[in-house]
Design a protein. Structure first.
Lengths: 199, 199
DNA sequence: GCCAGAATAGCACGATCGGTCGTATCATGG
DNA sequence: CCATGATACGACCGATCGTGCTATTCTGGC
């Protein structure tokens, strides 16, 4: 792996940190360069434009998310165990982590880009749609596995699951509510209970 | 009402439009001035700083929200009717409205300001905390009115309610999902059903 | 209809934005 | 160990940022 690739990854890593705090638009070449001790032009040479830097940041984050949340979940047996894994990993993902101090960049980008047409928005929308489809498939797997009732609407289930995560992020990051996690978990348990084959 | 006040309100009205699309940080004096056909300095004279402009925008939006969502709801009889009113008005509020084409500014600001300490964040947090407390009181009212079981956790109920709204905003604005509203309504009905005194 | 004070415009400032270019330095394969 | 391409730098561009200062225009009370 060449030196250029190493530097490029260091740049992107730091850019993810900054963007998670200030947003993809708040990300600035000057402050990014200062943040990694490089000249602005030296940094810029790794990307054809600021937008390509932003795209790299987004793509890297999407890949990280798949590794951190999706893959461990997909390895679990389908139905409840898989959904529980997804949920807990997703909660953990959006905690403050050193590589993303401003919380989930994808969530930040979702409100930031929702009115800004362009390739960045397209990329994000595609990733979010794919993820939603995955969740729907996992919910359907709960039915196939016999954990959930057949009348459960997988798309509605996926909507409710993501809504809980969004609520948790809101309460924890903005309101700094220490109950955010327990509320989210309780809501998730209620969602599971409502979907389960009644005992 | 003096001419100055009229102009000031016209400025803020337009600023709300712009900020709902580009965010409070994306709001710019130059583009705002151009948008209402004024000189940048003439506009600026109405505010001591950009931050005061942003503060005015936030405060105006918070007041609008109270009038649009809270007040009609508070006029309804407590318990389910009041909560249903709140929910529907809240959904309507975050639709694209001509005075806020970029969707709910408060939601946008929530992710934008969650890592930016300062008076703007403080103002937003206070408004959101107050609103949450209101929701909790309304949920408690459902118990007092005999609509909900006594074991219902009002804080959890309020969390779940706001989560549904957040999910609806996400699906509608980013994913452009036409099912967003019906998913939100179905989730709300499920929430009500789970809280009701079992029949 | 005049005049004080409010309202707006003109202009300039230092800083920073994304981006370009020519040059120097570094790393590495032959 | 040297040549050469990859990598990084400094200087600079025009545009725009937020924010002052000053002059002009407008407006409402007497």
């Amino acid at each position: 792996m060449g030196k250029g690739t190493v530097t490029r990854e260091r740049i992107i890593g730091r850019a993810v940190e900054l963007a998670s705090v200030d947003g993809l638009n708040g990300l600035t070449l000057g402050r990014l360069a200062e943040g990694i001790g490089m000249s602005k032009s030296g940094l810029f040479a790794h990307f054809r434009s600021k937008e390509e830097l932003q795209r790299s940041v987004l793509e890297t984050t999407i890949t990280s998310f798949r590794r951190f949340v999706y893959e461990p979940g997909a390895a679990e047996p389908r139905g409840e165990p898989r959904l529980r894994s997804i949920f807990e990993r997703w909660l953990a993902w959006q905690q403050e982590r050193e590589e993303m101090p401003g919380g989930c960049l994808l969530m930040q980008a979702s409100t930031e880009l929702d009115d800004q047409p362009g390739p960045l928005r397209d990329l994000l929308v595609k990733a979010q749609r794919d993820w939603r489809d995955t969740l729907i498939a996992f919910a359907r797997g709960g039915i196939t596995a016999g954990h959930f009732r057949a009348e459960v609407d997988p798309a509605l289930f996926a909507f409710q699951l993501e809504a809980i995560i969004l609520g948790a992020g809101h309460d924890r990051r903005l309101l700094r509510d220490p109950l955010a996690l327990s509320h989210a978990r309780a809501a998730f348990e209620a969602l599971l209970a409502s979907a389960r084959t009644t005992t």
